[in-house]
Design a protein around this ligand. Structure first.
Ligand code: SIN
Length: 358
């Protein structure tokens, strides 16, 4: 752990966990070409040092580097390390709140993962976990990282009327629940919040908070964090014009445990996939359908009746549905060992049926 050497770990503090990303990126020629850079180059202690003098008085900061990567290289093992670090911090009486600096490319997956594995604990401990990142590298003119980090630190430390403990995200002055993130723009400064219902961080408003509370009320129990090496193997397959049966059949000799189908429109897929998908399900491969359109909800038995066992993703995008299916398969494996009659579909439904904030 790299920490502020001036305070002891027992002093109340905010914990900043560094995962890397553009917020920690460096461009060789930031003036001429700020978009050509390497992510995950600057330590989280340096990012924290840049804002330490402007955090609210009395807020102590401790930082810890969990990873320093370009988030397109995020692995299951990184998620395990991050989830365990967040849980440990939520249970640590000295930690008042947690901020995570993360790459925006896969912040969507991490947001859903943390909601499903740590959301209830954050709520019961009344602590906020805030994910943030940046679209410009740390040495670019007008870099957005410092202001995003500062907003996250303020939100994690300030008592905001009625804003419960939970897993949130902030970018470009606006906040949302982390499970609503989805990067839908290549360059916009609020790219991960493009489709998310969000609220200005300084003015968290009552209608938004009622949505947060609806999610908190329904989320009854955190799912287990899979151990490193025990994450189920789940792939995303996109249906498209000219899709071939071989896209499915080539997997049938592998150890893959689940498919998320990013279908067209309502989440339908090419007729050429019907037979091989039946074979996949007969082999025990789990199947979830979602839409490749990037917005809207995928409903059961729309547009056609679903094959028995196949689940619709609700409002989960393909990347979120993939993590949800991994966590659901893992939870069902553990339930089976404990003699509980719960299936992956039971666990998946808990995630997919969370209310949307709109
Ligand atoms: C990354 O996801 O690590 C790079 C892109 C970004 O942070 O915006």
């Amino acid at each position: 752990m790299s920490s502020n050497s001036l305070i002891s770990e027992n002093t109340p503090h905010l914990l900043v966990l560094g995962m890397g990303g553009t917020i920690a990126g460096l461009a060789p020629n930031p003036q001429e070409n700020p978009l050509q850079y390497e992510a995950g180059q600057v330590g989280v202690d340096t990012l924290v040092a840049q804002v330490e003098s402007v955090v609210p008085v009395g807020v102590n900061l401790v930082s810890r580097q969990v990873a320093n990567i370009n988030s397109r290289n995020l692995t299951d093992a990184h998620l395990t390390s991050l989830g365990l670090a967040v849980r440990e911090a939520l249970l640590d009486a000295a930690v008042r709140g947690i901020v995570i600096t993360h790459g925006t490319d896969t912040i969507e997956e991490t947001g859903l993962f943390l909601q499903v594995t740590c959301g209830k604990l954050a709520q019961s401990q009344s602590k906020r976990v805030i994910l943030t990142g940046a679209m410009l590298p740390s040495n670019a003119p007008g870099a957005d990282g410092p202001s995003n980090l500062l907003d996250a630190l303020r939100w994690a430390s300030t008592s905001i009327d009625n804003c419960p403990g939970g897993i949130y995200a902030v970018m470009d002055g606006r906040g949302c629940m982390a499970m609503d993130l989805s990067k839908r723009h290549a360059t916009a400064l609020n790219a991960p919040l493009q489709n998310a219902p969000s609220s200005s961080v300084g003015l968290i408003n009552p209608s938004w908070l009622s949505g947060v509370k609806a999610v908190q009320a329904v989320w009854s129990e955190d799912l287990p964090i899979p151990r490193e090496g025990e994450w189920p193997w789940v792939e995303i397959l996109t249906s498209h014009a000219g899709a071939r049966p071989q896209t499915i059949t080539q997997w049938l000799t592998s150890a893959v445990q689940g498919f998320v189908l990013a279908g067209s429109g309502h989440g339908g897929f090419h007729d050429g996939w019907v037979k091989p998908l039946d074979e996949a399900m007969a082999q025990g491969i789990a199947l979830v359908r979602t839409t490749r359109t990037g917005a809207g909800t995928t409903l059961p038995n729309i547009p056609e009746l679903d094959a028995p066992g196949c689940r619709a993703s609700g409002s989960l995008t393909a990347p979120r549905a993939r993590v949800a299916l991994q966590l659901a398969l893992n939870a069902a494996n553990l339930a089976k060992k404990a003699g509980k009659p719960l299936t992956w579909q039971d666990y998946f439904a808990r995630i997919a049926d969370l209310p949307e904030i709109r």
